[in-house]
Design a binder for this molecule. Structure first.
Ligand code: NDP
Length: 271
């Protein structure tokens, strides 16, 4: 029988900007896995068709990015517990049992914070800004690290309150005005404000000594990162490590091999 190289892809709209093909190509090279990983642009009303067609051509799995993570959640035939908690799927694995949906964003963030940035989260006060898909995906894994407090701040308070009600475990919801007088060891920007060159309205004395400011966006220095440097954050990081770590977690689900990530993060940072 003719040998077929296993095929994977990232599906989104838009998709041209995605770094996932380079990341997975590097993982495959490093671990000697025989696979290819491509970009798939799905029409906004054509997610399911795009996936079906890729699967029928021998696709083994996909990553899912904006705006299809909730649709992928509906579409998966089985889901991991962390995907159910997140209410969104960023990884699908196709096999004889159907389509397993997983969410590796939260594990990716926690691994970047704890392994790469060496930040223990137990006993820490964490502020998570934003209540969209990215925030929702990381709440469960952050709570599992046992912080003293996890406060979710969002422009639209109702959305933060809804997530606090869903996750419980003492998590609080807040708007930005009521952050005055509160201080944190870790402040994570999971809003899309950076994409528009904006900054959530934050009080100036937000950071405790030794605090880390983390922006999920990556690439250039964001307004939040620049603001944090000026207002007492001891460490500032962007979301490149999270991107590579969530990819590594997907790769592990598909291939059963855990790639080394530090060299890949360094490679992308210097590119
Ligand atoms: P969503 O569109 O689902 O959510 C956007 C959130 O940002 C909402 O809570 C919204 O508030 C808030 N927001 C938008 N603009 C502003 C503003 N000007 N001021 C304050 N709040 C604002 O986006 P996602 O959750 O999918 O993604 C968020 C970010 O995370 C993106 O930048 C994305 O690139 C990044 N990301 C990075 C990953 C990585 O691996 N590094 C993985 C996943 C996401 P409201 O509810 O009031 O509208």
């Amino acid at each position: 029988m003719r040998h077929m190289t296993d095929r994977y892809a990232v599906v989104g709209n838009p998709i041209a900007h995605s770094k996932s093909p380079q990341i997975h190509a590097e993982f495959a090279r490093q671990t000697g896995q025989d696979m290819v990983y491509e970009r798939l642009l799905a029409p906004l009303d054509g997610f399911a068709k795009t996936i079906e067609s890729f699967r029928s051509q021998g696709g083994k799995g996909v990553n899912i990015t904006v705006p299809f993570k909730e649709e992928a959640f509906q579409y998966a035939s089985n889901k991991t517990a962390r995907a159910v908690a997140a209410g969104a799927v960023n990884t699908l694995k196709f096999d004889e049992h159907g389509m397993l949906g997983d969410n590796t964003d939260g594990a990716g963030l926690v691994r970047d914070l704890t392994s790469n940035l060496k930040q223990a989260l137990a006993g820490k006060r964490i502020l998570l800004m934003g209540a969209g898909g990215a925030a929702r995906g990381v709440i469960g894994p952050l709570l599992a690290e046992h912080p003293t407090a996890l406060l979710l701040a969002n422009r639209t308070l109702d959305k933060a309150q809804l997530l606090a009600d869903i996750f419980g475990q003492g998590m609080q919801a807040s708007g930005y005005k009521t952050l005055a007088g509160q201080h944190f060891d870790l402040v994570i920007n999971a809003t899309s404000a950076s994409l528009q060159g904006e900054l959530p309205p934050l009080p100036v004395d937000l950071f405790l000594p030794g605090a880390l400011a983390y922006d999920m966006m990556y690439g250039n220095e964001t307004p939040f990162m620049a603001w944090a440097r000026q207002h007492g954050a001891a460490h500032v990081a962007d979301g490149l490590g999270m991107l590579v770590e969530q990819a590594a977690e997907s790769f592990y689900l598909w291939r059963g091999v855990r790639p080394a990530t530090a060299s890949v993060i360094r490679m992308f940072r210097s590119a």
